[in-house]
Design a protein around this ligand. Structure first.
Ligand SMILES: Nc1nc2c(c(=O)[nH]1)N(C=O)[C@@H](CNc1ccc(C(=O)N[C@@H](CCC(=O)O)C(=O)O)cc1)CN2
Ligand SMILES: Nc1nc2c(ncn2[C@@H]2O[C@H](COP(=O)(O)OP(=O)(O)OP(=O)(O)O)[C@@H](O)[C@H]2O)c(=O)[nH]1
Ligand SMILES: [Mg+2]
Length: 436
């Protein structure tokens, strides 16, 4: 069940904890009324929309001043939710925000549920479902690539594409129905197959970006493995730009594994520096080696480091398909060369840009930054379903083709919300934070 649209809601929009300024939002038919009750300054009830005023928040019961603040007036439909909205910008402490929220609740508003402002924007036709999900993605974006893709969703780049594909299927469906009703009119069968093939191609191209989308959303684990002294900890530090891991010329310096978060070309990563791989009688070091191999097994991508200035050790057993081989210490004279190894130096920085590019390419595949990516599991599922129905439609007799086209269009429609059930909508907004 979706919450009612007829009451007025309020919430703190800024994160908990002290901040320079804190924002409270009030939205709904009583927003101006309720705000006026706790405000000493220009009366919001008579203020035009699109204006802000300086004044004081007061406890209406006692007249006690609570904070000096700024009040913003948005008048329906020109607001984020499409309703009357008042924002109060106060000092950002939990004490101020908590007290002002209580005053608003006493004045007759209800606390907003998760994502309820954005839900109202959706229900009032201010944005479609994919846009609303992009708001959430934008709020949670942890990397530049994630931000850029979320903004594309917010500006309907994805929605336009999906709607256009669904429209083409519905147009074709209308033609086929006309054909069934008036067989003598006849659509050319090749024309139908051409439309299906071309929509299918676009659906598959979108699906092909879903892995990149997931990586950007969830990040990836990058394991650094190799013999003791290969330069793993040094490379981690070089990628991070500061001395996170202990580096020493004594082999066996790193004993346990160590994790560090970093962003490489827009991909959020957790890099894991591990103990050098070698046979050893020291039980502690042996346990470290065991852990290093386990870290490698679980990683999305492995960097296997070999010191190029010394004779090569026997290679360990690694999942080579997701391993990048590195020849380290490229600033020193080479003891060997191998075109399968990328030459890098943590000391001079040589090869690090090439390494970053290769890490990105391995994790994101061919997905180009200039395209719209599928960054939501819900969207991927809907597209996969549309693809299955399009495959059914191909070469099918007209009546079956019509049913499959309709099902494919419906699957696409779930993405933007043309076809979303109340339950789907409710589920999507559960994941939002309060105040958004
Ligand atoms: N203070 C504040 N900052 C914010 C938001 C907000 O709600 N409040 N936003 C919330 O996510 C984002 C901006 N998104 C917004 C989207 C639409 C409207 C809005 O009032 N639109 C009206 C008026 C447009 C106009 O006058 O130009 C409209 O579209 O009719 C405001 C913010 C980020 N920054
Ligand atoms: N010349 C040169 N020396 C390097 C480079 N990278 C690492 N070294 C040196 O190699 C030695 C070992 O470096 P570490 O980064 O500690 O190597 P590690 O692979 O983490 O070693 P363990 O933790 O023992 O497994 C140190 O003396 C480093 O200064 C490099 O790019 N060039
Ligand atoms: Mg180390």
């Amino acid at each position: 069940m979706l919450p009612s649209l007829h009451d007025t809601i309020a919430a703190v929009a800024t994160p908990p904890g002290p901040g320079g300024v804190g924002v409270l939002r009030v939205s709904g038919p009583q927003a101006l009324e309720v705000a006026a009750r706790v405000w000493r300054g220009r009366d919001p009830r008579t203020s035009p929309g699109g204006r802000f005023w300086h004044g004081w928040i007061v406890d209406p019961a006692t007249g006690e001043p609570v904070d000096e603040a700024v009040l913003l007036v948005f008048r329906s439909p020109r607001s984020y939710t499409g309703e009357d909205v008042v924002e109060l910008q106060t000092h950002g402490s939990p004490a101020v925000l908590g007290r002002v929220l209580r005053l608003l609740l006493e004045a007759g508003v209800r606390p907003a549920g998760p994502g309820e402002f954005t839900l109202r924007a959706y229900l009032n036709g201010r944005m479609d479902l994919a846009q609303a999900e992009s708001v959430l993605a934008l709020v949670e974006a942890e990397s530049e690539t994630a931000r850029r893709q979320a903004l594309r969703g917010l500006t309907r780049k994805l929605s336009q594409k999906i709607d256009a594909l669904a429209d083409r299927l519905l147009d074709l469906l209308a033609h086929i129905q006309a054909l069934l009703d008036y067989p003598e009119e006849g659509v050319e069968p090749h024309a139908a197959e051409r439309v299906i093939a071309s929509v299918l191609e676009e659906v598959e191209a979108l699906l092909a970006t879903a892995d990149a989308g997931r990586r950007v959303r969830e990040g990836a684990r990058l394991a650094l493995v190799g013999a003791p002294n290969a330069g793993k900890s040094s490379l981690l530090n070089a990628l991070l730009g500061f001395e996170r891991a202990l580096v020493h010329d004594r082999p066996g310096t790193t004993r346990d594994y160590l994790e560090a978060a970093l962003e490489i070309e827009g991909v959020p990563l957790v890099a894991v520096d591990t103990a050098g791989l070698r046979r050893t009688d020291d039980p502690v070091e042996a346990a470290g080696v065991e852990r290093a191999l386990a870290v490698a097994r679980e990683a999305d991508l492995i960097l296997y480091l070999v010191d190029r200035s010394r004779p090569r050790p026997d290679p360990p057993s690694l999942p080579w398909a997701r391993t990048i081989r590195l020849a380290t210490k490229a600033d020193l004279p080479a003891a060997w060369r191998d075109p399968d190894f990328l030459e890098v130096s943590a000391h001079s920085g040589q090869g690090l840009d090439a390494l970053r590019a290769r890490i990105r390419a391995r994790l994101l595949g061919g997905a180009s930054e200039s395209e719209v990516w599928i960054t939501s599991e819900r969207h991927r599922e809907a597209l996969a379903e549309a693809r299955a129905h399009l495959l059914e439609a191909r070469g099918a007799p007209e009546d079956l083709m019509g049913m499959s086209l309709e099902a494919a269009a419906r699957a696409l429609g779930r993405i933007t919300g043309r076809e979303a059930t109340e339950e789907t909508v409710a589920r999507i907004f559960q994941n939002f934070c309060v105040g958004k």
